[in-house]
Every structure is written in C-alpha cells, then in structure tokens.
Design a binder for this molecule. Sequence first.
Ligand SMILES: [Zn+2]
Length: 295
Amino acid sequence: MPELPEVETVRTGLAPVMEGQLIAKAEIRRPNLRFDFPKDLGMKLEGRTITALSRRSKYLLADLDDGAVLVMHLGMSGSFRVVEAGDAHLIAQEAFHLERGKKPQHDHVALFLSSGAVILYNDPRRFGFFDLLDRATLPEHAYFTRLGVEPVGNALSADYLAPLFVKRKAPLKSVLLDQHVIAGLGNIYVCEALHRAGLHPAKPACDLVTKSGKPTAALKRLTEEIRATIAEAIKAGGSTLKDHTKADGSLGYFQHRFKTYDREGEPCTKDGCSGSIERITQSGRSTFFCPKCQT
Ligand SMILES: [Zn+2]
C-alpha cells in the first residue's frame, strides 16, 4: 500500500506533466473503482485546465480552472504512468507507482493532455478512487474535515501532540496511526520513527506528557524522528524518480532503508544495541521493534 512518502513522490513526478495543461479528453473506462466515479466525470474534466497538483494526507488534489478539485487516491495498488499520445500500446515511459501494474486492462482512467502526454491510472485491485469536489467546500468534506496535521513541516510539533496524548492510555503505536492526530502516517513509518526515538510501541501515549500537560523530552524526540523519517523517505523517493525516468523501471518502496519493518529476527541496527527485531500484533497489524533499545 502506498504510504505518504510514495504518494508525495507520485505528486512530484506528475506535477510538471499536469500543471498548466488542458485536459483535451478524459476516458473513464469503468463505472467504479472502490466507489462509483462521479457522474459524467469524463465530460466534466474535458476542456478544464489543471492549475495545480497538491497533496493532503494520501490524497492527490488536482485543482481545475473552474474551481473544482479532482481528488485521487491510490488505494492499495493504484499507480500512474505518463505516456505519449499515439503510442498504440501505451508503453510506459515513466511509471510513478508501487506495484508493477502496467497491464492495459487495469488502466481505468486516461487523461489526454494538451501537451500530448497521457496520464494513465492503473489499479489491478481497484481500491483507489476518484472524486470531483468544489475547492471552496473541500476543508469541510468528510475526507478532510477531521484530518490531523501533516507529518512534514512545522505543523507537527511536540506542543501540538501533547494535548492529544495527555488523556490517551492507548499504545503509542495506535495513537500515531490515528489519522485525526497525524494525517497520512502509516504502519511502516510509525515503526521506523518509534525505533529511532527508542520508544516502545506499546507504551501508553499519555506517558509522553508531564502531569502539567507539557511534552516530555521523549515526545520532543519522537516528533523530530517522525518528521525526519518522512522527510528522508520523500527524499529517497525523489531520487528514485530521477533514476527510473531513464528506463521503464517502477518506482518502489523504500525498503532498503527500513531499520525495523519486516526485519523480524534480524539484529537491531542501532549503534551499541545487541537486541534483535521482534514482531507483535497491535490492532490487527504487525509492529516491528527492538525490545532492548525501545523502552
Ligand atoms: Zn535495539
């Protein structure tokens, strides 16, 4: 499943191709993905110019010149590629995606841009979705209204988290995965950040706040590690983008950088730690951590 850094990498790859371009033709090739496509979506997109491509949590947002926003979510297996119009087989020149979904029968959306580029949305498992919303009402829409802050930038701070943690006895891992606290932070990067911060995933979140409601040093450290983990993953994604445009290569996860995720039984990589990575299940999902240096 694409996590936030991968979605940001997709945005970085698509923005220069899409921004400022008119959608000459939009083909919606099936009635639904995870949800139905909005009624007459193809018709509504045709003739519109894409003014900006941004991201909120794991949603990609294409602003159109009529005040609408095309909301795109990759779900479990969604990917985008950019091809040139007239290429009969629509062979990928650039693939901004996670799984190697290139089979044309899974290309469910095609946006033909005035530049000649065609943006293809491929999704074998069809858990992704597209929606068309009014920019003015976007913040109140159910997708966005209760989202927490982004894990990048200055909005995420220990002072922001302290009041959200103070009454939560729930494990740190589950509170960090709560999208109302931090938007777009997923399982892999929560495991990584907790390891870097030396914090046990089952520790009650409220333990990171003092009695007077102030953030502890551990919460400050955790906040810095979340931001650094995500920033490094986005940077790694950016460099894979540069590499793969030379070939048809697919854009992968950043697994080579993971210190805990999917490394059960392997030695902890932290300097001076002789522990090994264990896996436990929390809220039905795997947590990887080092019981020796995460306390
Ligand atoms: Zn360790």
